[in-house]
Design a protein around this ligand. Structure first.
Ligand code: CA
Length: 226
């Protein structure tokens, strides 16, 4: 039986959702705020359905925290803020899918089934990511260069995991700061630069002709595929 966590403060939406999902045979846990949901999430969860407009913290921050902790389950966003949708699934890619309110329950059920099917198949391969001779094992929190284990701090590991997961694409400073430190980039880009430079040194990357992590001017950093 699949475990679904629903975070939604509006009873007019959560009520019918809980009933319909329960009728379909899913085990549904409802939270009406973001913080208690974050505290209870663990690896037995199969899918998170998340409202963006929550009373305590922004749903987007809930999603970023979840990604930051490298849980394997997909996130389906519910939002009335259609202007944010591009950010949610595009640039920021914190969510796997989204629905703009108001939505039909049948449509939501179809998305839920598709996401659960996809995550069933993906569990193993997403845990270990290899690009070039760098291997990152997310659940074991270990990283290797060839056969040599890299001795990384928690922050360095998280930075590497995010960059390598998006290998070939630039990841913005804002996204890295938000995911690793949960802050906005303005306060402390220095901190980010320092950690990137320590990470490069441990990977024995060349600053002038980087083999792994390139600086993307005005944007952030990119883990090189080629
Ligand atoms: Ca809401």
């Amino acid at each position: 039986m699949s475990n679904i966590v629903l975070v939604e403060d509006d009873a007019a939406i959560s009520g019918p959702l809980v009933r319909v999902l329960g009728r379909e045979g899913y085990n549904v846990t409802l939270f009406e705020a973001g913080k208690p949901a974050l505290e209870s999430l663990n690896n037995t969860v199969d899918l998170l359905i998340l409202d963006l407009g929550l009373p305590d913290i922004d749903g987007l921050d809930v999603a970023r925290h979840v990604r930051n902790r490298h849980f394997g389950f997909p996130i389906l966003i519910l939002t009335a803020r259609s202007e944010e949708v591009d950010m949610v699934v595009g640039l920021d890619s914190v969510a796997d899918d989204y629905m703009v309110k108001p939505f039909r329950l049948a449509e939501l059920l179809a998305r839920v089934r598709a996401l659960l099917r996809r995550s069933d198949h993906n569990e193993a391969p997403t845990d270990t990511i290899q690009v070039k001779d760098i291997t990152v094992n997310i659940s074991a929190r270990r990283a290797f260069r060839g056969d040599d284990e890299l001795q990384l701090t928690a922050k360095e590991f998280e930075l590497l995991a995010i960059l390598i997961r998006h290998a070939g694409s630039a990841v913005s400073r804002d996204d890295l700061m938000a995911e690793v430190w949960g802050e906005s980039a303005e306060d402390s880009t220095k901190k980010l630069d320092m950690h990137i430079s320590w990470l490069r040194r441990k990977m024995r990357d060349e600053v002038n002709s980087p083999r792994y992590i390139s600086t993307v001017r005005g944007v952030g950093f990119r883990f090189e595929r080629e």
